[in-house]
Design a protein around this ligand. Structure first.
Ligand code: PLP
Length: 381
């Protein structure tokens, strides 16, 4: 049988299974104590006052955009080199995503282009820590301050990453995370938003439960009726369950080991490919530490003598679950119909033509990593 190595996958052990089983035998499957415990554990890890558990990373972005006050006619600047959810969340709120180009070395959003895209309607910036590499947060913060903008870091790739000694998640107004199985830790589906701002925290808490409050300080009208609660605005049901939270807490205990393992595998790749001429390896600026969510190569057609498609098809035929991250968001028919046109972000478009994600996840064996290295070398050496 042909072997198959996916580009990413979860790691679940007996301890995780026991944690979930315990909740299944307990009183609360949702809105119970595990959710709060997961939030506190997460906030402690990234170093913020608050963390809000949500149904998934997309709901986290939606909640953050709502809390930032994104509404009809507002513009929000983000990168096209991301999963569609980063931009979709703006449209959920009635806003308009504006795409800024990426840097050609780190592939993260280029602060200079962000500044160029600012108008009177700009409300927020959503930088995405693509591959786990932190964006230029100092520059982005400066721009945001100058123009009075909210910053929401889409940190779905970057749990455990560090920017100038600060953990990703603790730097901006809000940061969002995802616990999809390919991400650093998993709860099946799941997400989190971190913030130090109490007002934003309370807004998001209500948002993910229909806009309802049960705390007398937040209520419009006073009442001593024991059953009384209020819906203050239109929210959703975006809650994470206690079952998922228990899995999240258990996964958090292994997070540092997961990241160490991811960094080790990335170093094996860096060494294994160092002498190859046709490919460009990930660039790691010295002021930051990537959380290495994915390992992205670029295939230089002129030097490799091969197109990315040829490389992709060959590696797939050898059982490697290689992937492409990402198709620029505005290439999709939905965005084209909204009026976005190709040519908007030349660096992102060139990156899309050349990029290739090779397998990387904590439980990969040394033998599997070496198989990937050997197979890529077959093509380029
Ligand atoms: C995974 C991901 C999301 C969405 O997270 P879900 O939990 O799948 O909804 C958003 N942005 C980026 C960059 C992601 O990688």
């Amino acid at each position: 049988m042909q072997r198959y190595i996916p580009y990413g996958r979860q790691y679940i052990d007996e301890e995780d299974i026991k944690a979930v089983e315990e909740v299944l035998r307990s009183d609360f499957l949702t809105t119970g104590p595990k959710v709060q415990e997961f939030e506190q554990c997460f906030a402690r890890y990234v170093g913020t006052k608050y963390a809000v558990a949500v149904a998934n990373g997309t709901a986290a972005l939606h909640a953050a955009c709502m809390a930032a006050g994104v509404g009809s006619g507002d513009e929000v600047i983000t990168t096209p080199m991301t999963f569609a959810a980063s931009a979709n969340s703006v449209i959920y709120c009635g806003g308009k995503p504006v795409f800024a180009d990426i840097r050609s070395d780190t592939y993260t959003i280029d602060p200079e282009d962000v500044e160029k895209k600012i108008t009177k309607k700009t409300k927020a910036i959503i930088p995405v820590h693509y591959t786990g590499q932190p964006c230029d947060m100092d520059e982005i913060q400066k721009i945001a301050k100058r123009h009075g903008l909210t910053v929401i870091e889409d940190s779905a790739h970057a749990l455990g990453a560090c920017y100038k000694g600060r953990p990703v998640g603790s730097i901006s107004d809000m940061s969002t995370f995802s616990f999809h199985p390919v991400k650093h830790i998993t709860t099946g589906e799941g997400g989190m938003i971190t913030t130090n701002n109490q007002t934003l925290y309370q807004k998001m808490k209500m948002f993910l439960s229909h806009g309802i409050t049960r705390s007398s300080e937040s209520m419009r009208w006073a009442s001593s009726d024991g059953w009384y609660y209020e819906q203050l605005f239109l929210g959703y049901n975006y809650r994470l369950t206690d079952i998922q939270s228990a899995l999240g807490i258990s996964q958090m205990k292994k997070l540092d080991d997961f990241i160490a393992r991811r960094r080790h595998i990335a170093e094996m790749y860096n060494r294994g490919f160092a002498d190859l001429k046709g490919i460009v390896l990930p660039f790691q600026p010295e002021y930051s530490q990537s959380a290495v969510h994915i390992y992205v190569l670029r295939v230089r057609r002129e030097m490799a003598g091969k197109s990315r498609k040829e490389v992709f098809d060959f590696l797939r035929s050898k059982g490697l679950g290689v992937n492409v991250h990402y198709i620029p968001v505005y290439y999709f028919p939905y965005y084209q119909k909204l009026g976005y046109q190709k040519g908007l972000c030349p660096n992102a478009e060139q990156h899309y033509d050349e990029c290739l994600t090779i397998p990387l996840y904590p439980m990969m064996t040394e033998e599997e990593v070496n198989y990937v290295i050997g197979t890529v070398r077959e093509l380029f050496a």
